[in-house]
Design a protein. Sequence first.
Length: 92
Amino acid sequence: MCKHILGMSFYQCIILFFFVFNGPNFIPEELDQYITKDLIDSHPNEQVRNWDGQYVLSGMVKGLDGQDIYRHFENATPSRHFTVIFNLFVFL
């Protein structure tokens, strides 16, 4: 039993960490009524201003470099990136 619990924990952690750190590179996204072009253009981070909307925007409030990523969008809509991760967690 212990072997199966630890094995599944390790398996789930690898999959979830993959989606947390690499998800914005392949989870599809589209602009909608909540994340508008005006909201993106007013973002203080240049990387986010250059976002093309093809893949989901990272749901991390701040990136690993300390710059704001999703904090600017918190009041507009919940993070779709973390919604996918939560649903994956429940599925696993």
